[in-house]
Design a binder for this molecule. Structure first.
Ligand SMILES: *Cc1c(COP(=O)(O)O)cnc(C)c1O
Length: 383
């Protein structure tokens, strides 16, 4: 009998005895909300990002929403952002009836193409919301210069980029404020969770108040503004504290797995582009996304994905473009062709299994399966 090969999932959190110990400590303390783990987690986030303020919340989406509100963005304001991202980076604007003005991406980094931004600025434009796609930092020095020149605010959706930096300055410290997310597939996880980082004390205190029902002071029933319950709980923060203590190791392991992939995929260089690290920046390894070359036959990516899945290998089409999501099409009338670079990249990108505990032989198995999937899918496609 053939041994059944184990499945290789798309992602897995890396949890050690330390996470377990801290969660048990939190449970035994009987303090499940607004306690020491949340405070410690915020201190550690501020240190990692080189900022003065970190506000923990219960998702990356909540972090983005609070930043939008704290910056005073309102109905009818326009914010320039990318169509090639996870949907939350544009949804956070719609929560406040702020209008996303999508600008096409740089095919090299998948980030907002800074050269295209100026022509999208209108009298209603108030801010730029850039995303560090797949952990590769956006072009922050250029974004900062452009935002200053036009008097625009600058927001970083850094959900995919903890540990990254540009010119030695950490992600989390660029822009007016940055949002992090800690869903289990992210490089740092808390289960569900998020965080806002900023050097601006006013933004920090507004976010802190709005995350806690608009209170003036944490435990007191005086509500001075519209707020939410976006608080991170102690159990999640306990996991996060352990993750941040282990972050150097977690990031190094992900980098090692990426290097194994680079090596294992050299034989497919005529078919795919492997992810890169932009000179002058340190990227975070959130996912390992390969891109089929532009001359690939239409539909090949999807056929390759089917074959990988059939071989028990997790994969995903990261990202479908935001503007072509049914809700955005219906609400704003977007159509194919509106953002051709993002659409072309989106039709050809594919995330492979990627997590810090992935082993070298598993990476090699994925690479073999991928080569096999290409051959089979091409044959199939030509019939
Ligand atoms: C994960 C992610 C988010 C949202 O984070 P949640 O914690 O799932 O709400 C936002 N933007 C980007 C780019 C993400 O990858």
């Amino acid at each position: 009998m053939q041994p059944v090969p184990s499945l290789i999932p798309l992602s897995l959190p890396d949890l050690s005895a330390l996470e377990t110990r801290y969660v048990l400590e939190a449970l035994e303390s009987r303090r499940l909300a607004m306690g020491a783990f949340v405070t410690t987690f915020e201190e550690k986030m501020a240190v990692m990002c080189g900022v003065t303020h970190a506000v923990a919340v219960n998702s990356g989406t909540a972090a983005l929403h609070l930043i939008v509100r704290a910056l005073g963005l309102r109905a009818g304001d326009e914010v320039i952002t990318t169509p090639y991202s996870f949907v939350a980076s544009a949804n956070c604007l719609l929560f406040e009836d702020v209008i996303p003005r999508f600008v096409d991406i740089d095919p090299g980094t998948y980030a907002l193409d800074v050269r295209r931004i100026e022509s999208a600025i209108t009298p209603a434009t108030r801010a730029i919301l850039a995303v560090d796609v797949f952990g590769q930092p956006a072009d922050w020095p250029a974004l900062e210069a452009l935002a200053e020149r036009h008097g625009l605010m600058l927001i970083d959706d850094a959900c995919e980029a903890p540990g990254a930096s540009v010119r030695g300055r950490p992600i989390g410290a660029w822009g007016w404020a940055a949002a992090f997310g800690f869903y289990p597939n992210k490089p740092i996880t808390t289960g569900e969770g998020g965080c806002i980082t900023t050097d601006d004390p006013e933004i920090a205190s507004l976010c802190r108040s709005m995350a806690n029902q608009g209170r003036r002071t944490p435990a007191i029933m005086e509500h001075v503004r519209l707020g939410y319950n976006y608080r991170l709980d102690e159990l999640s923060a306990a996991v996060g504290c352990a993750q941040l203590e282990r972050s150097d190791d977690l990031f190094a392991r992900r980098r090692q797995v990426a290097a194994w992939y680079d090596e294992a995929l050299t034989g497919l260089a005529h078919r795919i582009r492997r992810p890169t690290e932009k000179p002058g920046s340190v990227r975070s390894w959130f996912v390992y996304v390969i891109e089929l070359l532009p001359e690939s036959p239409a539909g090949l990516r999807d056929r390759v994905m089917e074959r990988l899945r059939a071989a028990g290998i997790g994969c995903a089409p990261y990202f479908p473009t935001i503007h072509l999501q049914p809700y955005y099409r219906e609400r704003f009338g977007y159509r194919e062709g509106d953002f051709p670079v993002a659409e072309s990249v989106s039709a050809r990108t594919l995330a492979l299994p990627f997590y810090s505990t992935l082993e070298k032989n598993e990476v090699e198995r994925v690479a073999e399966a991928l080569a096999g999937a290409f051959s089979a899918a091409e044959k199939n496609g030509n019939e």
